[in-house]
Design a protein around this ligand. Structure first.
Ligand code: PLP
Length: 469
């Protein structure tokens, strides 16, 4: 069958954008999640972005925005990296016989090989379509391989929002109303004693941890992961590292667990592997685990996903890893991360509302806290009584409106801003962020109570809260 030329003429994506682009917020309100446009209108983030490149977004008035959020971490290489873009075009233009479901897709093999070269102690990969799917696969593999039921996870953990991943979510607000969930158990992040108590019950399949938690940007205490690994081995339970956000160069190591010198049995990753173009998730694991799960031909599809290993996703992943190696992206993340952290840490003594700057590489948390001086303490306390996290929301708001910088508060009820910019940023972006942050902090410290513009923002934030990861 030949494709009809007239059908091709009838459909034009540019035309859809031209005709419907102006209605984007109305369409969203009517057909998708109605709270999203409400929230964006309320806080004035309802921009009409027209294009993007590298670490910058551009709106319809021509204003540029420095993107320190990178789509929750997917744009590790910035937007529209030419090598990734070409690879995705090529995957389309080659007219491949993709997703036959009865052959061995060559790009999946090549990507698995390339990914595992960065994790020599692991042997096999399962490709799904998102971070939560990568975690789901790890949970299933761990339970099946050990024959045990329970997964131990950490307070404040975020591993995705499908039901299995939700069972290991450390935030009550996300779980509420969706139960009953799996019988998993939370322990405080970094609490070895609590982990050991759970392991002694003999029914733990695995301990699941983000080496750096997205919520609050909490870094595992030094030595914790190593000690946890020893305990797990002693109790014949597995270590699963969730590297969906902190993996693939974000922390200045290829994977964040490598900084701690551990060898997790299963590693989930996603986000950046997409090159920002095609959703993908990868679960890497040891040979024996995969062999147990896929133990016979009968079990060939016992865990699988129709679109997993699709050519576009694999092409984007291969190109992303190529660029990471060829352009020294991980090294840049470490260097720029150190520079940005240092310059922000230097401000801690200058601003009493600024308590700590932490993180690793280009995964940085800026924590605000109670000021010492009485004049500033009163408005701070009032805000805390209204809702914890409002001060950080206001800083995010001011960075956006005054300085065209996109950031986020790193979770509900925390006074922490998270920075996860593209790993390709340079000194110009560091300078722009630091100068803007100083301006906003100056303003926050100047008045009693805080100046009108910031207080007005507080009011808006009180009415409309956004839930962040
Ligand atoms: N794990 C971590 C650490 C994450 O940060 C996220 C998403 O933010 C996920 C899992 C879920 O990924 P996805 O949103 O692609 O399902």
């Amino acid at each position: 069958m030949r494709y009809s030329v007239s059908t091709q003429d009838e459909f034009d994506l540019r035309d859809v954008l031209t005709r419907r682009g102006a209605d984007r917020y109305e369409l969203q309100a009517r057909y998708l999640n109605p709270q999203l446009p409400r929230m964006l209108h309320a806080i004035g983030f309802d921009r009409v972005y027209t294009h993007a490149e590298g670490a910058y977004l551009y709106d319809d008035s021509g204003r540029d925005y420095l993107d320190m959020l990178s789509g929750f971490g997917v744009f590790a290489l910035g937007r529209h990296h030419p090598v990734v873009r070409k690879a995705v075009h090529d995957a389309l233009d080659l007219g491949l016989a993709d997703l036959t479901q009865f052959d061995a897709p060559p790009l999946a093999g090549a990507l698995a090989e390339r990914l595992l070269a960065h994790v020599p102690h692991l042997d096999r990969v399962y490709f799904g379509n998102s971070g939560t799917e990568a975690v789901e696969a790890a949970l299933k593999y761990a339970r099946f391989a050990t024959g045990r039921k329970r997964i131990v996870f950490c307070d404040h953990a975020f591993h995705g929002l499908t039901t299995g991943s939700l069972s290991v979510n450390g935030a009550r607000d996300f779980r509420k109303g969706f139960g009953p969930l799996l019988p998993d158990t939370a322990v405080p992040f970094g609490d070895l004693g609590a982990l050991e108590r759970e392991l002694k019950r003999g029914d733990v399949a695995a301990f699941l941890i983000e080496p750096i938690q997205g919520k609050g940007v909490a870094v595992a205490p030094p030595g914790f992961l190593r000690a946890a690994q020893e305990l797990l081995r002693e109790h014949k339970a597995l270590l699963i590292a969730d590297e969906v956000q902190c993996g693939l160069g974000r922390t200045g190591d290829f994977f964040a667990f490598q900084h701690d010198g551990v060898e997790p049995d299963l590693v989930a990753t996603a986000k950046a592997l997409s090159g920002g173009y095609v959703p993908v998730g990868a679960t890497m694991g040891r040979d024996w685990i995969f062999n147990k799960v896929y133990s016979s031909m009968d079990r060939v599809l016992v865990h699988d996903s129709t679109f997993g290993s699709n050519a576009q996703a694999m092409a984007a992943g291969l190109a992303t890893l190529h660029v990471m190696d060829a352009e020294g992206v991980v090294d840049n993340a470490r260097k720029m991360g150190e520079l940005l952290q240092q310059r922000l840490t230097d401000l801690v003594d200058r601003y009493e509302l600024l308590h700590e700057v932490r993180g690793r590489g280009l995964m940085i948390g800026i924590e605000f806290g109670r000021p010492q001086s009485w004049t500033r303490r009163a408005p701070w306390t009032a805000l805390q009584l209204a809702r914890k996290g409002l001060f950080a929301q206001t800083v995010v708001h001011a960075l956006f409106h005054r300085h065209g910088i996109l950031t986020q508060v790193s979770g509900d009820h925390v006074e922490v801003i998270k920075l996860i910019p593209p790993l390709t940023i340079g000194e110009a972006e560091v300078d722009r962020f630091v100068a803007a942050f100083i301006d906003v902090m100056d303003e926050a410290h100047r008045g009693t109570p805080l100046t009108n513009s910031l207080s007005r923002d507080f009011g808006r934030m009180l009415v409309h809260q956004t839930r962040n990861r």
